[in-house]
Design a protein around this ligand. Structure first.
Ligand SMILES: [Zn+2]
Length: 363
């Protein structure tokens, strides 16, 4: 286990590996890019390479490697957003500054990682500037951020930038296949993951394939004239079920954190999962109408996402909503749920009502 733990980031990792091998490391790095693509893992991996006491670094078996993995290495200092406001507090930054003045515990590198670094705000940023302006040797600082535009420009300009990108669909597709997706469902999962392997894992864990069947079946029943209120209730029950499943799960990177931080992250994760669940539900429906639109316009099987249900598009008895109306209704639902925080039962009911209102039977 080592650099191959992180896929789809050849250019970022190649750059880091070359810098580590040549011993010409910058004093500070900014790992930036979308959520869920491996930035945090890469930061911890860099720490493991520097702190490892084995021969082939990171060896993954020496005490240092194990301590980095469990978040207990005395020369690895991490700061994460805490509390309700989900921010890195000024005291956390100050504690890092103090640690930077001490000698390294193991006589080697001292590594500092600020996760979601933009949450430290201007106050934390200004405190950190001192640290960046007066680098001491043997010290490496890594800022991890998916919103680098919210960092102080003076901070950004003092860090070597390392960009992490979205995964291409082809990589998500093969990753889905090597997990437990089938030929038929991998394209759907790859498309729902929107370039993020973290999100793909969430989709695989969350039984989204079953979820999709349920959601698309609700849509069929909607076409058959079933009450929108009732369909909305069933959809809501599914969303709640998904949220329950996520509680208690942990992801890999969380293992490297102290216990209190792990708990806080767990809460944040459940809240974040609600947003993911809601948007995935809407995207599944959106994907369906996209396919329907493409199919009606003569598109080939290869670009249909829901190709395992392709026969339904040509079922002449099916009452389908017009894709154009469906797109508009889904966009309105997304806006209400995710931006205006509207009541989910009402939004779902309205959605089904609108889908039903625009039925046709063109097949
Ligand atoms: Zn090691």
């Amino acid at each position: 286990m080592g650099w191959d733990e992180i896929k789809g980031q050849e250019s970022a990792l190649g750059f880091l590996q070359r810098s580590l091998a040549s011993g010409r490391l910058a004093h500070a790095y900014l790992f930036h890019g979308p959520e869920g693509v491996g930035k945090r893992m890469a930061a911890l991996l860099t720490a493991r390479v520097l702190l490892c006491r084995g021969k082939d670094r990171p060896c993954d078996v020496c005490p240092a490697c194990r301590q980095v993995r469990s978040g207990t290495h005395p020369d690895l200092h991490q700061a994460f957003p805490v509390g309700k406001s989900r921010r890195i507090r000024i005291e956390q930054v100050r504690r890092m500054l103090e640690a930077s003045r001490l000698n390294s515990n193991q006589g080697g590198w001292k590594v500092f990682i600020l996760d979601d670094a933009e949450t430290m705000g201007a106050e934390g940023g200004n405190a950190l500037l001192k640290f960046l302006e007066e680098p001491s040797s043997g010290t490496l600082i890594i800022l991890v951020s998916s919103r680098p535009d919210q960092l102080l420009p003076t901070i950004v300009s003092r860090c070597q930038s390392v960009r992490f990108g979205l995964w291409p669909d082809s990589l998500l597709h093969s990753e889905a296949l090597s997990s437990r997706a089938s030929d038929l469902t991998a394209p759907l999962l790859a498309s729902l993951a929107e370039g993020s392997p973290g999100r793909l894992m969430g989709l695989l864990e969350g039984d989204w394939l079953e979820g999709r069947s349920l959601i698309l079946d609700l849509r069929t029943r909607c076409g058959q004239g079933e009450s929108p209120g009732r369909l909305a209730q069933e959809l809501l029950a599914f969303v709640k079920e998904q949220e329950k499943k996520v509680a208690g799960e942990t992801d890999e990177t969380v293992g490297a954190l102290p216990a209190a931080e792990r708990r806080r992250r767990e809460e944040a994760r459940i809240a974040a999962q609600r947003v993911v669940t809601m948007s995935t539900v809407l995207e599944i429906l959106q994907g369906w109408y996209r396919d329907l639109y493409l199919f009606r316009n003569g598109a080939g099987r290869d670009i249909i996402i829901n190709r395992d249900r392709i026969e339904e598009f040509s079922d002449s008895s099916a009452q389908e909503s017009s894709p154009t109306t469906a797109f508009r209704a889904l966009e309105a639902a997304r806006e209400s749920l995710l931006r205006r925080n509207a009541s989910a039962p009402l939004v779902f009911e309205r959605l089904f009502y609108e889908l039903q209102g625009s039925r046709d039977s063109r097949g």
